[in-house]
Design a protein around this ligand. Structure first.
Ligand code: MG
Length: 363
């Protein structure tokens, strides 16, 4: 596959309702899409980076990484070799590998899931709920999502909006799969406070301490009954190995963008499978293109816990893929079986929402 051109574009996408996490409130997403042309086929992907460098150090503006232009690859999984000299920029690297995976899957007449080694035809999904003004409002949101079929509820928490909120939800739904995500909002001096979450029988607590820390989360795990799950601090395979060796977590959240692409995601998944640790697929408010990749990756063996992808209509009035991503009343998503992404990309809507666009062509 020879990469003939790469088009990067920013789209402005308004969320149906604002989402509050410990990072702040999000109203709009400036989605970055990659359109890659190789051997006459178009591959699409999405850069998972946020507007500002808050989830990790990347932003929409650091995503213009096109050094694969004009290069030839036998497989998309060779792309990480080109990027070995690059420090960081995992989300930009992931988008390039993903877009070429789409082309490769089309060439081989395989679904993206099959290309990556996926085996599950249908996957379980949960939902992540933002912070709300009161526990009552949050309880209403939880009820709506449970009626929609989602199999696990994840609550965003931060100091001051945590114990009472989780208690209200747990009391209302004693048997529900429930987890919390702190997005690094706590420090190690809050050990006694964090131990209080043990009473809620949580599936997991995600990333309570610093975004780039593994050692202190390992120390914390030794004091908690609740299983820790690391998110932000796992950016490469050796982070996952270190976390497992130190006992920093019992559950793994894999986000393809955060770890630099499918090849690394698959290595982490294999590592966890070998050590019998469950994994699940996280999301970063992607539009349908990014979600399609998450669905494919979550079909691999070992993704046994409900992921965070959710239906398109939870976040967007209109999604850039057709059909939009839908969740069944059982809280599952069918893994597409058609070649490539498995969803039609709505170029008309993408053009309409594009605020910036740049194309590079190989000579
Ligand atoms: Mg998280």
């Amino acid at each position: 596959m020879r990469i003939a051109s790469i088009t990067l574009r920013k789209l402005k996408m308004r969320l149906k309702s604002p989402l509050e996490t410990s990072f702040g409130v999000t109203h709009d997403r400036a989605v970055v899409l990659v359109e890659l042309l190789a051997d006459g086929l178009t591959g699409w992907s999405e850069v998972a980076a946020s507007e500002g460098p808050f989830y990790n150090s990347e932003t929409r503006d650091t995503a213009w990484l096109i050094m694969i232009l004009g290069k030839e690859f036998g497989s998309a999984s060779e792309i990480p070799c080109i990027f070995t000299a690059i420090r960081g920029h995992e989300m930009a690297r992931a988008a390039m590998e993903n877009a070429l995976s789409d082309v490769e899957a089309q060439q081989k007449n395989l679904s993206l899931a099959r290309l990556l080694g996926g085996t599950q035809p249908e996957i379980k999904w949960g939902v992540s709920l933002g912070l709300e003004a009161t526990p009552e409002v949050l309880l209403e949101r939880v009820a709506v999502e449970l009626r929609a079929g989602y199999q696990r509820i994840k609550l965003q928490i931060k100091p001051g909006k945590d114990i009472e909120v989780v208690r209200a939800v747990r009391n209302a739904h004693p048997g529900m799969l429930l987890s919390v995500d702190a997005n690094s909002a706590y420090t190690r001096v809050e050990l006694e406070h964090l131990k209080r979450f043990d009473e809620f029988n949580l599936l997991m607590m995600e990333q309570p301490l610093w975004w780039d820390d593994i050692a202190n989360q390992a120390k914390l795990q030794r004091h908690l009954k609740t299983s820790l799950c690391l998110d932000e601090s796992i950016r490469r395979v050796r982070d996952a190995e270190t976390a497992l060796d130190l006992g920093a977590r019992r559950i793994i959240n894999i986000k393809v963008g955060r770890v630099g692409g499918h090849s690394t995601a698959r290595e982490i998944q294999s590592l966890c499978l070998a050590r019998n640790l469950p994994v699940w697929c996280g999301g970063i408010l992607e539009c349908g293109i990014g979600r399609a990749y998450n669905i494919a990756v979550a079909s691999l063996p070992g993704y046994t816990l409900p992921g965070d992808v959710s239906a398109s209509n939870r976040y967007w009035e209109e999604d850039v893929v057709d059909p939009p991503i839908e969740v069944s009343p059982r809280g599952t998503i069918q893994v597409p079986a058609s070649p490539g992404l498995g969803y039609h990309v709505r170029r008309d809507l993408i053009e309409h929402r594009t605020t910036e666009k740049e194309t590079w062509r190989a000579r």
